[in-house]
Design a protein around this ligand. Structure first.
Ligand SMILES: Nc1ncnc2c1ncn2[C@@H]1O[C@H](COP(=O)(O)OP(=O)(O)OP(=O)(O)O)[C@@H](O)[C@H]1O
Length: 376
């Protein structure tokens, strides 16, 4: 265990282990055999859609929920039976939960006064915590006299001032507007790194998880689907859910080629050769689909020669959207029984050939080595 001190705030870096955790709310089985290890000093995210069990898992680590099976270890110590105040965890809530009648200073000092620390020590630590979150000078204000971002920082200062071993953040930025969210999340990341604190961030926003966290656990229906660094999850998703949750993706239903030796995937839009490794060994996964990202294809003139490493599907532009740095094209690929497949293609703004307007016939040239076949 290492400890880092910034000013008078010291936080240890500890690991967290979640082992075979199951939890029911009555007859509702909310967490299913969850196993995770979070490294010391890591910024970790629980990411998933609403109701998948992220907050339940976070509250379990905090000690507000108890597992029906399995255990939680913090810094190697089994904390499963311990109440929240004996776990050395600090939690920041979505609502901030500040005391409205207290000043900033009093809000931050509250936890230290409860612990009956000497007055001098409290004063020093509160000043250091407010300094760390950039709120020096606002000590005498009340929460109502602060902006949302400033209130969030008070909540953070109040949590770190007690020097928790673990910082738990439950959608802490969701009450802030988009611009402020970006700013506060950078500050949060910087603070977490300076303190070397192990932190877990709950969010359903993939951009938030990607920008702030070292690793992410993607959750669905109370199960962990995949754990990895943001780029690893984006580039090598394990299944269709992870691929779809982390960014836009094209998915084409079909089946592996039969008969011939070549590894191909046959879809209603056409037959697509597969790179080595895209075809999992043995039986195809259930509900297998071909997957590729919109920026892994380009648009060409139907008569242009096909570049090496690409495979071509002919189609017609259905729509075009300007997204800022990129332009998104929706392409209808004709299929049997009048069932067109729609493929999205993202081109960097300014790089698209002229004349790519709705109704134009184009060729979608897909980078064959970026294609994956994934199951449910
Ligand atoms: N106190 C409770 N009693 C009974 N069921 C609950 C309770 N809290 C949550 N649930 C249920 O447990 C499941 C998981 O809820 P949880 O709040 O952990 O999900 P979440 O992923 O954090 O969702 P959100 O992003 O909407 O906060 C949901 O089906 C929810 O309705």
């Amino acid at each position: 265990m290492t400890a880092l001190a910034v000013g008078t705030i010291a936080t240890p870096s500890v690991d967290i282990a979640i082992e075979h955790v199951d939890l029911w709310y009555g007859s509702n089985h909310v967490l299913h055999d969850v196993n995770l290890r979070i490294e010391p000093g890591e910024f970790f995210a629980f990411l998933g859609p609403s109701g998948c069990g992220k907050t339940t898992l976070l509250r379990l680590i905090a000690g507000f929920n108890q597992a029906d099976r399995g255990r939680v270890l913090i810094g190697g110590r089994d904390v499963s039976g311990l109440p929240p105040w004996k776990r050395d965890v600090g939690m920041v809530f979505q609502s901030y939960a500040l005391w409205p009648h207290m000043t900033v200073e009093q809000n931050v000092a509250f936890g230290l006064e409860e612990r009956r620390l000497p007055r001098q020590e409290i004063r020093k630590r509160v000043a250091a915590a407010l300094d760390l979150v950039g709120l020096g000078g606002l000590e005498k204000r009340r929460p109502a006299q602060l902006s949302g971002g400033q209130q969030q920082r008070v909540a953070l200062a109040r949590t770190i001032v007690v020097e928790p071993k673990v910082l738990l953040l439950d959608e802490p930025l969701s009450n802030l507007d988009a611009k402020l969210r970006g700013e506060v999340r950078r500050e949060l990341r910087e603070l977490q790194q300076r303190l070397g604190l192990t932190a877990i961030f709950v969010t359903h926003d993939q951009e938030e998880a990607n920008t702030i966290c070292d690793r992410i656990a993607v959750m669905k229906d109370g199960t962990v689907q995949q754990v990895g660094a943001p780029t690893a999850l984006y580039d090598a998703p394990k299944n269709l859910f992870v691929a779809g949750f982390l960014g836009t993706t094209n998915t084409l239903a079909g089946h592996f080629g039969r008969g011939g030796a070549a590894a191909v995937f046959e879809t209603a839009a056409g037959t697509i050769p597969l790179p080595a490794g895209a075809r999992p060994g043995g039986e195809p996964p259930p509900g297998a689909k071909l997957v590729f990202r919109p920026h892994h294809a380009v648009l060409s003139h139907p008569d242009a020669p096909l570049a090496e490493g690409r495979t071509r599907l002919p189609g017609t532009i259905r729509f075009k959207e300007f997204l800022g740095a990129t332009e998104r094209y929706g392409i209808a690929i004709p299929g049997p029984a009048a069932a067109d497949t729609e493929i999205l293609v993202d081109l960097t703004h300014g790089t698209a050939p002229a004349g790519l307007d709705p109704g134009t016939a184009v060729a979608v040239d897909i980078a064959t080595d970026r294609v994956l076949v994934l199951g449910e």
